[in-house]
Design a protein around this ligand. Structure first.
Ligand SMILES: C[S@@+](CC[C@H](N)C(=O)[O-])C[C@H]1O[C@@H](n2cnc3c(N)ncnc32)[C@H](O)[C@@H]1O
Length: 231
């Protein structure tokens, strides 16, 4: 793929945490993605903390800084360790390259505000901000989406063992990919990111190692993309 092609990347790499055939950590995907992204761009990476912790240094090496992370809360857990907290979440971390003000990021909203007026207190002068401000919200109005996204996983209807729900991917993609923009998916899996791309009118390219997964993703895209609910 030509250098500097894409606005963003949605990466859901093998974490190396399971015994699935394809679940082997992949070396070199960060520089490969960094090359095909535009100079100002962002990368969402899904993973466990164990996996993500290892990506920070390599991201920095390629000019990507940490921006924020979200938690995906599922209705049930994966894996079973009777001596630990029952794990019902995963993380996604956003990295960016360029000045944050130049990086496309469109805040996402839910429409479940409750009516209230919030007055912000004047801050002490030593912070350098002394102005008071307030905002008013209305019942059912827009409310900034929280960093914990509660979305049911695809158990029972997935075509891939780690298929991400469309309702989870959509707000992240809308946040980071400009209208009419493009993104790359280095680990395509079931093609969920591509389904969202099509629904949003975005361009996307995915790579997938396992021919069977790629074939099923292509069939899924060839069929009418399923409609999905707004989060
Ligand atoms: C965690 S899954 C991605 C799931 C995807 N987000 C979805 O919603 O269906 C990781 C995928 O990466 C694929 N994969 C593993 N190594 C790869 C490689 N070197 N290049 C491309 N794909 C690879 C695996 O076969 C697997 O389908």
């Amino acid at each position: 793929m030509p250098e500097g092609s894409f606005d963003a990347c949605m990466a859901d790499p093998p974490y190396g945490d399971t015994s699935l055939d394809w679940d082997n950590p992949v070396k070199g995907w960060i520089p490969a993605v960094a090359r095909v992204l535009k100079p100002v761009a962002s990368i969402w990476v899904f993973g466990s903390i164990r996996f993500l912790a290892k990506t920070f240094a390599e991201m920095e090496e390629h000019g990507f800084r940490y921006s924020q992370d979200i938690v995906w809360k599922k209705q049930n857990g994966t894996g079973f360790h009777a001596d630990r907290f029952r794990r019902v979440h995963e993380h996604a971390v956003l990295f960016y390259r360029g000045a944050w003000g130049d990086v496309y990021h469109q805040p996402q909203y839910t429409r479940d505000a409750i009516a209230r007026t919030v007055r912000r207190k004047s801050r002490p002068t030593h912070t350098g901000h002394i102005e008071a401000g307030h905002y008013v919200s209305e019942d059912g109005g827009p409310r900034l989406m929280t960093s914990v996204l509660e979305v049911r996983n695809e158990h029972g209807r997935a075509i891939h063992p780690t298929q991400k729900p469309l309702e989870l991917l959509a707000p992240l993609i809308r946040y980071s990919v400009p209208p009419g923009g493009s993104f790359v998916v280095p680990f395509g899996g079931s093609g969920s990111d591509l389904v969202v791309a099509r629904a949003e009118g975005l361009d996307a390219v995915a790579c997938e190692l396992v021919p069977g997964h790629a074939q099923r993703a292509a069939q899924r895209l060839a069929a009418d993309a399923p409609l999905f609910a707004e989060v």
